[in-house]
Every structure is written in structure tokens, then in C-alpha cells.
Design a protein around this ligand. Structure first.
Ligand code: URA
Length: 237
């Protein structure tokens, strides 16, 4: 495998960035500086360092995106902007897809990967992966809403939601909701069940991984090794 592909697949840097780092002497293979990233290496056996850090080869790619409003959680759409349009060609070629959906008007943390097995499993209701959302509502939430969320809100179609955590601002017009399931329009429907309406919704955490505040809307970055481990461990539970 080419050295630059090995580096970009591992999520450390793009091919262009790795070519630049190599020219500056920042990449070694088995202890020797390599200036040409077209060199072929054995991903399983070669020891590669990038700017002093050893690269652990990853078959899959994981990124975090700060989803802007107006984008659909899809890898293609004929008429609407879709989230993978926000990724560079190099990543789009790796066929990343979103782990779970956010509504078109929901913003915030979205994880994308090409590890279909892990993504599918993280979304399984059995895994109870937590997701935290910040919201604002049209009216102050009614007294006792926190308790109702804890007990399990019943949606208009009769579905009984699992216990969720609701913490509200003093004026009860905004707050945070932690869910361990992910039904279609779930928060909007939970708030609607309280005869109220969600005005804005942002996901700020997935599986305890917080949205990186340094990412503006539409920006992305690779997940760190620690964050990938969190996903893998959440999957084992
Ligand atoms: N709940 C919703 O209603 N919409 C989302 O996008 C996510 C959770």
C-alpha cells in the first residue's frame, strides 16, 4: 500500500498534508526518513511515524462533523444539500456515511464512518448509546416535564419513550435532553407531547464524545484514537 494512502486511511492527515510533512522530513518508515509518499509499505508490518507519533493502522475512517442547518443526513440527494458534500473528495471516495440521522434543521455533532458493522451496532436500541441535545422551545416547558421525561413520555402515536433526562434553564424555554434511543423526530415529538414545539435543536454529545467546540458549522475533523476507543467500547456493552 502507498505510504500516503496508509496515512490518510489511518485518519492522521490527508494525502496532501502527508506529502508536505514527508518533504520536511516528518515521516519515518522502520526508523528511516522517507521523503516520497508514493513509497509502498506493508500496513501490517511497517512501523510508520508521522511528526514523531507512531501510526496505528486503521482499516476504517471516523470523522466528526458539525452539521449545519439545511443539510440532510445522507450520502446523496437529488435536490437538497447532504452532509457528505461537506467532506473533501479524498474522504468522499472512502464512502463515509452518517452514524444515525439528524433532521435537516438539526445542527451539531454527527459522526461519519465507513465501518458499517460498528455504525449499525451503535444504533441498536440494545446498546443504549447516549446522545445529548440542546434545544429551545416555543413556550416554557410545563411543570413536571423533567419527571415525565424520566418516567417515559408517551408520543402521539402511543409509543412509550424510554427514560430520558431533561434539564431546563431557569425560564424553562431551553435545556438539554439525554436520550438512549433514536426514534424519528424523537425530541420534537417528545416536546410536542407536552403541547409545545422545538424551535432549535443541536446535538452536543454522542456516546459521551462531546462536539468539538473548535469546529464551526460545516467543519469536520478526524476522531482521535481515544474517541474511536470510546465508540468501540460503547459497542461492546
Ligand atoms: N430528535 C429530533 O426530533 N430530531 C433530531 O434531529 C434528533 C433528535
Amino acid at each position: 500500500m502507498r505510504l500516503d494512502k496508509f496515512i490518510s486511511d489511518s485518519g492522521i492527515a490527508s494525502r496532501r498534508e502527508s506529502a508536505k510533512a514527508a518533504r520536511l522530513g516528518g515521516i519515518t518508515v522502520d526508523g528511516a526518513v522517507v521523503k516520497d509518499v508514493s513509497k509502498h509499505i506493508d500496513p501490517e508490518k511497517s512501523k510508520v511515524t508521522y511528526l514523531g507519533r507512531e501510526i496505528i493502522y486503521r482499516r476504517f475512517t471516523y470523522v466528526m462533523l458539525n452539521k449545519p442547518e439545511g443539510y440532510v443526513s445522507a450520502t446523496d440527494d437529488k435536490s437538497l444539500p447532504y452532509v457528505t458534500e461537506l467532506l473533501p473528495d479524498e474522504l468522499r471516495r472512502q464512502e463515509l456515511f452518517p452514524v444515525g440521522r439528524l433532521d435537516k434543521d438539526t445542527t451539531g455533532l454527527m459522526i461519519l464512518t465507513n465501518n458499517g458493522v460498528l455504525a449499525h451496532s451503535l444504533l441498536s436500541p440494545k446498546k443504549h448509546v447516549s446522545k445529548v441535545y440542546c434545544f429551545t422551545a416555543a413556550e416554557p416547558l410545563k411543570a413536571g416535564a423533567e419527571e415525565m421525561f424520566k418516567t417515559g413520555v408517551t408520543l402521539a402515536d402511543g409509543y412509550e419513550c424510554k427514560s430520558a433526562e431533561l434539564s431546563l434553564s431557569e425560564d424553562r424555554l431551553s435545556g438539554e435532553i439525554t436520550l438512549t434511543e433514536g426514534k424519528y423526530h424523537q425530541i420534537k415529538r417528545m416536546v410536542a407531547a407536552m403541547h409545545n414545539r422545538v424551535v432549535t435543536l443541536e446535538r452536543i454529545e454522542f456516546a459521551t464524545i462531546p462536539l468539538d467546540k473548535s469546529l464551526s458549522r460545516g467543519q469536520w475533523r478526524y476522531l482521535t484514537e481515544e474517541e474511536i476507543k470510546i465508540l468501540e467500547n460503547a459497542n461492546k456493552i
